[in-house]
Design a binder for this molecule. Structure first.
Ligand code: DGL
Length: 265
């Protein structure tokens, strides 16, 4: 049993948490939502790197995790090499599931849904060039979809009517048969996205990276003897304490026994 820290700008990391906790229930988990600096999807790279380093330093000071999962595509496309250089623990990042999507697609036309920052990153283009060079990729960057996932987890009214507009570039391409959910917030809206696509009479598979991360953590546990820990088993942390009771209840339903505030300088 080890202490696994999962870090995202907001609630997206919970989609990753649900996958990893299902696959590796024996570990202790600390989930940190950097809601004070949310969203990451419109931050320039240097600002994002500075923030991520500050967050992870604090996580290290307070919890000395054995493994850190950067459960955020937007951050992973920038910060992973820096974090791996600075810290001794294992750092697992999220890579948009371009490779499995390209393998799954019969039409070789795929959609990529992500934050505007992830869409613009050279990292994403390199991934497409490496694994989906034979595919036509329709890229859609949306911060509104990130907000919709936040609304859902915070129990706020969901304006699903915006889904049609957000997904239009994909719906307008008749041959797209696979869409990559390249932001960890989006699997939390898988049902809503699938319903909208169905309403538009489109049969499209949605793929994300949650299971791959869970498999990665599982295999790490087999290669290394991850140490025994004796700490709180499921702890959620927010960097801005102004969260409502609905969100706390949601965290409880997901198995978190405690919710704490941690200030990041
Ligand atoms: N959940 C994040 C991702 O996977 C980013 C959301 C945001 O802060 O904009 O990209």
């Amino acid at each position: 049993m080890a202490l696994i820290a999962i870090y995202d700008s907001g609630v997206g990391g919970l989609s990753v948490y649900l996958n990893v906790v299902h696959r590796c229930p024996e570990h202790d988990y600390v989930f940190l939502s950097d809601n004070h600096a949310f969203p990451y999807g419109d931050k320039p790279e240097h600002e994002l790197l500075k923030r991520a380093q500050a967050v992870v330093r604090r996580l290290d000071q307070c919890f000395s995790p054995d493994v850190l999962i950067v459960a955020c595509n937007t951050a992973s496309t920038v910060v992973l090499p820096h974090l791996r250089e600075e810290f001794d623990f294992h750092v697992i990042g999220v890579v948009p599931a371009v490779k499995p999507a390209a393998q799954l697609s019969r039409t070789k036309k795929i959609g990529l849904l992500a934050t505007p920052a992830t869409i613009d990153r050279p990292y994403t283009d390199e991934l497409i060039n490496e694994f989906a060079i034979d595919c036509q990729v329709t890229k859609v960057g949306s911060s509104a979809l990130v907000m919709l996932a936040e609304d859902k987890l915070y129990g706020r009214p969901l304006d699903e009517s915006i889904l049609g507009t957000i997904l239009k570039p994909i719906i307008d391409q008749p041959d797209i048969d696979v869409v990559v959910l390249a932001c960890t917030h989006f699997p939390l809206l898988k049902g809503e996205i699938a319903s909208e696509l169905k309403r538009c009479k489109r049969q499209i598979s949605l793929v994300d990276s949650g299971e791959a991360i869970a498999n990665r953590l599982f295999s790490l546990g087999q290669i290394y003897t991850l140490p025994f820990t004796n700490r709180a088993s499921r702890l959620a942390i927010v960097t801005d304490p102004s969260v409502d009771a609905q969100f706390s209840a949601q965290l409880q339903r997901m198995g978190f026994d405690k919710l704490q505030h941690l200030a990041i300088e």
